[in-house]
Write a protein of this length. Structure first.
Length: 248
């Protein structure tokens, strides 16, 4: 059954698909009258419905079942990640959205390769669309929110809003991730920093530590930014899901 994202799901017994979702439904998937579909609004509401008719390439869907669902991780995790090259950034967004990332904040660092002064809004819109598609595919009940890029210093200024703050470092004196996670019981929110291909500069690492970020490492290997982002998220979420549900 095909699944569509409709933020304005409302409470009426029918809805119309518009924009990109309508185009995908009619032009790509070739939905027809009588086809059953699933809808979700990104805040827990889900519906099952049937295509009643199609007008001007817009499907009208009659809803016959509604429910509130929550299949997302209990810990709200934000990834603050240096902007990397286009394909790598898209792979990063897709993987992390599939895993259950709550928010992605692209950050501008000294060694960031691409500069987004031009077409910044187009980049963000592209990443957001990838996050929506990943959430649809994985049957998530929320959608990873992609924020506008910002300087690293601007993010560090707001760091106190998160309960757990981590910065991944290649240095041997960084703590093993598992040890740090065991020391923080039951955080409700977390943020982790992943650097660019060349890593954070030493001044950036010092600034992050000064803002309350704990330097951690995943292992001895040096990982690509997109690999490190997904691996770290999986490790963080698994640790706290297992702590909350020991039978896992």
């Amino acid at each position: 059954m095909h699944r569509f994202y409709l933020p304005a799901l409302g409470t009426e017994n029918h809805v119309w698909l518009d924009g990109e979702e309508a185009h995908h439904a009619v032009r790509v998937l070739r939905l027809a009258v009588g086809d059953e579909v699933a809808l979700f609004d990104g805040s827990g509401a889900e519906c099952l419905g049937t295509v009643e008719r199609i007008e001007r390439h817009r499907p009208k869907i009659v809803i016959h079942h509604r429910e509130q669902a929550d299949r997302d991780p209990g810990l709200a995790v934000t990834l603050a990640c240096a902007v990397v090259k286009a394909k790598a950034m898209e792979a990063l967004v897709e993987s992390c959205a599939e895993l259950g990332l709550r928010e992605l904040v692209p950050v501008e660092t000294v060694r960031s390769v691409p500069k987004l002064e031009r077409k910044e809004e187009a980049h963000v819109a592209r990443w957001q669309r990838i996050a929506i598609e990943a959430s649809k595919q994985c049957r998530r009940t929320t959608v990873t929110r992609v924020a506008a890029p910002r300087p690293l210093a601007a993010l560090l200024d707001k760091a106190r809003q998160w309960d757990l703050r981590l910065v991944f470092s290649p240095h041997d004196d960084a703590f093993p991730l598992a040890r740090v996670l065991r020391a923080h019981v039951g955080p409700r929110s977390a943020v982790y920093l992943i650097g660019p291909e060349g890593g954070f500069e030493e001044t950036e690492l010092r600034d992050a530590v000064g803002a309350g970020f704990e330097p951690v490492r995943l292992g001895k290997s040096t990982l690509r930014t997109e690999t490190a982002a997904a691996a770290a998220l999986a490790a963080i979420l698994f640790h706290y899901e297992q702590a909350a549900n020991p039978q896992l």
